[in-house]
Design a protein around this ligand. Structure first.
Ligand SMILES: *Cc1c(COP(=O)(O)O)cnc(C)c1O
Length: 357
């Protein structure tokens, strides 16, 4: 079976973890700080604050921007549930804007009509490793005085006009095992704003600046040095992994027949967290089953858009977002991870072509 995702961990990660275990200091410490510095440098920002997951990174970023009850945050309905749920955690309301069917990302030209007096932030999601069209988003945010919180959980190293994601607004990344690099579980916030980074650190650590003096409500959303040690070893490999993903995607796009290759708009670096094709409506199950029988792992990211989830229906969401709904009905992701061999890639191509041509 060719898996849909596979973390690549080697001797470097094992050694790094052993060193932490032998040091006897397992919680947040010098490795977390070194990982933050390495990741900030990679994204081209001044500060990074590591957290326990991508979800807690989003949660902390929203809190640090002062988003709370009565506020609205504009985001995409076609994403992992954590994007929108983080908005619920702070008591605010996610407002969904439909996606561009070509990129699967939020449509910037629809943002303005979703802005109200309660809008506090925009949360674009760089889905599948492709950067959102950031210029119009930053322009609208500037004009209305809105925070931009980038959900970059699938887009480590993705670029828009030569700049890495996470460097436009406040970036949030995940290091879950299926992501472009992993720490086991983990997340990080990136920013150029010193005050914001400081707020994030305080929220991550029980609202504590001076030991056991608590000025505000905070959480324990810390990363451990064990996880950061894995992350530091993975950082050394991130560009190799990304280049392998890009090269695997190129092979698939050049050789697949009868399916449209994922689009990569000009001036973007797509880091292919997922390689996602569309198979119209009733044929998707046939292709999914056929690939499974042929030993090829596939997945549907995501079968239900956020506004159609039961949780959101129960909260009274009852809107139609046709492109997100069509995408949910049609998408299918193929393996593209750096663990694929040439044989694996050939098998994927032959199987998809058999089923789709
Ligand atoms: C993975 C992911 C998250 C959440 O990250 P965790 O580390 O699993 O909490 C949030 N948003 C998107 C788009 C993701 O893919």
């Amino acid at each position: 079976m060719i898996p849909i995702a596979k973390p690549l961990l080697g001797a470097e990660e094992k050694l790094a973890v052993m060193e932490v275990l032998e040091s006897g200091m397992l919680a947040q410490g010098p490795r977390v700080q070194a990982f933050e510095e390495a990741f900030a440098g990679y994204c081209g920002v001044r500060y990074a604050v590591a957290t326990s997951s991508g979800t807690t990174a989003l949660h902390v970023a929203l809190l640090a921007h002062g988003v709370g009850p009565e506020d609205e945050v504009i985001t995409t309905p076609f994403t992992f549930i954590a994007s929108a749920n983080s908005v619920l955690y702070v008591g605010a309301r996610p407002v969904f804007v439909d996606i561009d069917p070509e990129t699967f990302n939020i449509r910037p030209d629809r943002l303005e009509s979703a802005i109200t007096s309660r809008t506090k932030a925009i949360m674009p999601v760089h889905l599948f490793g492709l950067a959102v069209d950031m210029n119009p988003i930053m322009e609208v945010a500037r004009r209305y005085g809105l925070a931009v919180i980038e959900d970059a959980c699938q887009a480590h190293g993705a670029e828009y006009r030569g700049r890495r994601v996470g460097a436009f607004g406040t970036g949030c990344f995940s290091f879950y095992p299926t992501k472009n690099i992993t720490t086991g579980e983990g997340g990080i916030i990136t920013t150029n704003d010193e005050d914001l980074a400081d707020k994030c650190r305080v929220i991550r650590q029980h609202g504590m600046r001076r030991r056991y003096y608590h000025d505000e409500l905070g959480y324990n959303f810390r990363m451990t040095d064990v996880h950061a040690a894995i992350g530091l070893a993975q950082m050394e490999k991130l560009e190799l992994f990304n280049e392998a993903r890009i090269s695997n995607a190129r092979y698939l796009s050049q050789n697949l027949r009868g399916v449209a290759a994922p689009s990569v708009p000009a001036e973007r670096r797509h880091v292919f967290h997922q390689y996602t094709i569309r198979v119209s409506g009733d044929r998707r199950d046939y292709v999914l089953d056929g690939l499974r029988v042929r030993g090829i792992g596939t997945a549907v990211y995501y079968p239900v858009p956020v506004h159609r989830q039961q949780l959101y229906a129960d909260m009274g969401y009852d809107l139609v977002l046709p492109e997100a709904e069509r995408a949910a009905a049609e998408v299918l992701s193929l393996p593209v991870h750096p663990g694929l061999s040439t044989d694996d890639l050939e098998r994927i191509v032959i199987s998809v072509n058999e089923l789709c041509e």
